[in-house]
Ligand binder design. Structure first.
Ligand code: SF4
Ligand code: SF4
Length: 360
């Protein structure tokens, strides 16, 4: 049809490796051969090896051509990107697995991210692309994973560890259910430029966009006023109106949340909880953030039982003990007093900060 312009994505089944087509829905088991290598075995006896390498989220077409060439050479061109930006080569010829790994290592690719390791962190756009970013995305993730590289390539952790980053609390990176979430936060309300508001913004729409009802008309200026007490610095109004920027070099920074997971293995999925309310933006290597993340990972790795995810470990020992072991100070900002938070308030009378808790 000549008039059709949106064709959508191609059907994924058209691109499956032949071994997957043949064994579709009839896989018998899979196992983790070693860090970065998975093996799936079908009822037919066919085997499929997956070799996983980390990749940047922002890559060039030259880099994609290079990995396609590698896939052509070792696995008939079959590769895929995972939802956490890993790159997976799908190898149906066992003889090719070790030569592919040797070639990838020679080319400087990092093999790992499977099993009890830190997989590639998922992250959002950051300063490179989004208008409401309170921090960078790729920059912090690169610094954090350079520091924690050994936990990507080896199985040194008790369980999976998923790190995610979103550069503002709109969280298009879905960090709300990660073992460790790095979340950019603004700490100042929008600075209103009345000229731009008058010239470019639809005032009723901007008022309606505020989730806390903090914006009202300013008839004198023919513009808007923000009630700073009600503002939660979400940036929605800036999305609607370029006259309300809230980025600020001192006010903006990073918060750290822990204990979330999506998996329903053993325990139900959990939301991440705030444990560090603010760390400064300190590019290009964000040392405060990398130190904080390493401390949390290693405290968990030292004290958790085998297979225990971060949130499961914290629930077993109690949040008081988590702050005690990690050395992270408990501050007033960690208390959830948002108007709509009544359902999540901890109201049990059994809560007590005492030595008794510490002995569990
Ligand atoms: Fe933009 Fe916020 Fe998404 Fe970051 S998390 S890309 S700032 S909407
Ligand atoms: Fe409302 Fe968010 Fe704008 Fe604050 S930043 S005024 S909460 S829309």
């Amino acid at each position: 049809m000549a008039s059709r312009t949106d064709f959508g994505p191609p059907n994924y089944k058209d691109m499956l490796p032949p071994v997957i087509v043949k064994n579709y829905g009839q896989w018998k088991y899979h196992e983790r051969v070693k860090p970065g290598v998975l093996k799936h075995v079908g009822e037919s006896g066919d085997e499929l090896y997956t070799v996983r390498v980390g990749s940047g989220r922002l890559v060039s077409t030259d880099w994609i051509r290079d990995v396609c060439d590698i896939a052509e050479k070792f696995c008939d061109g079959h590769l895929r990107f995972t939802s956490r930006h890993n790159l997976e080569f799908l190898v149906s010829d066992k003889e090719q697995v070790e030569s592919l790994i040797a070639h990838l290592k020679e080319q400087g690719f990092a093999i790992g991210g499977t099993g009890h390791s830190i997989s590639n962190p998922v992250h959002t756009q950051g300063w490179i692309h989004c208008h409401t970013a309170a921090t960078d995305a790729s920059g912090i993730v690169k610094a954090v994973m350079d520091d924690l590289f050994e936990y990507f390539t080896d199985w040194k952790l008790p369980a999976y560890c998923r790190i995610s980053l979103a550069c503002c609390l709109n969280m298009c990176g879905a960090v709300h259910c990660s073992d460790i979430a790095i979340l950019g936060i603004h700490r100042k309300p929008p600075a209103i430029n009345h000229d731009i508001v008058r010239a470019k913004c639809e005032i009723p729409n901007v008022i309606a966009a505020c989730p806390t009802g903090a914006i009202r008309p300013d008839p004198k200026e023919k513009s808007l006023i923000v009630n700073e007490e009600k503002c939660m610095y979400c940036g929605n109004c800036y999305t609607m109106c370029p006259g309300m920027p809230l980025a600020d070099p001192i006010g903006d920074g990073v918060s750290i949340w822990v204990g979330g997971k999506i998996s329903s293995a053993r325990t139900p999925p959990k939301f991440s909880r705030l444990v560090i309310p603010f760390l400064p933006n300190n590019p290009p290597r964000w040392p405060e953030v990398t130190d904080a993340v390493r401390n949390i990972v290693e405290t968990w790795a030292k004290h958790a039982r085998k297979h225990e995810r971060m949130g499961e470990w914290i629930e077993r020992i109690g949040w008081e003990r988590f702050f005690d072991l990690s050395g992270i100070p408990f501050t007033v900002q960690l208390i959830d007093d948002f108007t709509l938070a009544t359902e999540t308030f901890r109201s049990t009378p059994t809560f007590k900060w005492s030595e008794v808790n510490h002995e569990r």
